[in-house]
Design a protein around this ligand. Sequence first.
Ligand code: HAM
Length: 418
Amino acid sequence: MYQKPKGTRDIFAPEIFTWQKVENAAKEVAHLFGCTEFRTPVFEDASLYLRSVGQGTDIVNKEMYIFKDKADRTLALRPEGTAGVVRAFVEDGLSNEMLPQKYYYIANNFRYENPQAGRYRQHTQFGVEMFGIDSPLGEVETLCLMKTFFEKVGITDLTLKINSIGCPECRAKFNQALKDYAQKNEDKLCEDCKHRKEVNPLRMLDCKKENCKKVFADAPTLSDYLCESCRSHFETVKKLLEENDISFVEDKNLVRGFDYYTKTVFEFEKTNFENTGKPLAVGGGGRYDNLVEEIGGKKTSCIGFGIGLDRLIALLPEEKMSVADVAVMNAGKVLPEEISFLVQYLRQNGISSEGNLANRSFKNQFKFADKLCAKYVCIVGENELKTGNFTLKNLKSGEEEKLSKEDMVKKLQKYLCG
Ligand code: HAM
């Protein structure tokens, strides 16, 4: 038997109902904040990711699905959404249009990670990228959008962690201090961190190994190395978040796994994710004021986030949704094909209905109606066919009445569609 690739999932009812609800909420909230949808290819030139996500990051070092196409191009499946949207912003001339521009996407990403709770090799993100907002209002827009979305889907127990990782100038000084600190503690570091120390010291702060975490708990912190402009930007961000009723904690070791970030970075974290005893980020993002320029465009301040929908949905209760609102049932000598006209009539009038396609007995049609989570059954026996008046039964209240198909539609439209 074929099996799905390791780290991937099949999603179908009832879980798919939660996905649909969450995706609709994402679209509504994105619209509320003036974002339009952006779709980019699921694969790009691999070097786009090397350039933007950065050499020395886990994604680029270990997790990309890279392949050669038949013309020997080196391509990569999208590991994250930002790089593609930024590439399109430059390539499609959007950078010449009026700013700000705000975009959202709901898209699959691929990372060759070790599968575990909330960590898959294919995952879906609801992401937003905003171009051209230089001031701390960018952080306010982004974090208010995230908060509104979480509240809309019913999640209110995430912790927002924020930090500033400064601009390249403050970071260069900090990297040196961190490198010196790591050098002194080299014997306690994992092999990955020894390598990170040379190529990308900041990444050491992201190491998940307990020994390294202990070492870096006492390391120099970036906040002590911020230049005046980055420091005052971050102070204003914090003040505005308070004024906008967004609670946060400052985490001086939060650096995030990408090289493109500048200044503010943030993560919404769920403590004790799915009873694993460990915290896990449900969404994260930050400012990336230099990326557009780095990949060939004009300097443009940007900020964005990605929310992992697989993780988010794992936190939500299962949605109960009717597959069909009305189960039309044949009774007595009436055959399934004789009720088909009524099923189609209901559908033509916008009422989701199902007939007896598998030729079930009368009793089993009730069982099937239950599986469909039908709200009504419509029973069609010989008498109903003759008179044109059908029995409509409300499965919740047990109430029954005889109605013509026209009256039945009026009634169902009122009850089902509000
Ligand atoms: P990220 O933190 O790598 O950021 O991913 C965003 C979210 O996607 C994470 O917080 C997590 O919920 C989810 N996620 C990441 N990897 C996995 C996985 N293997 N399995 C399940 N869920 C996962 C980004 O991707 C940035 N592009 C966000 C951003 C947009 N920054 C600026 N703009």
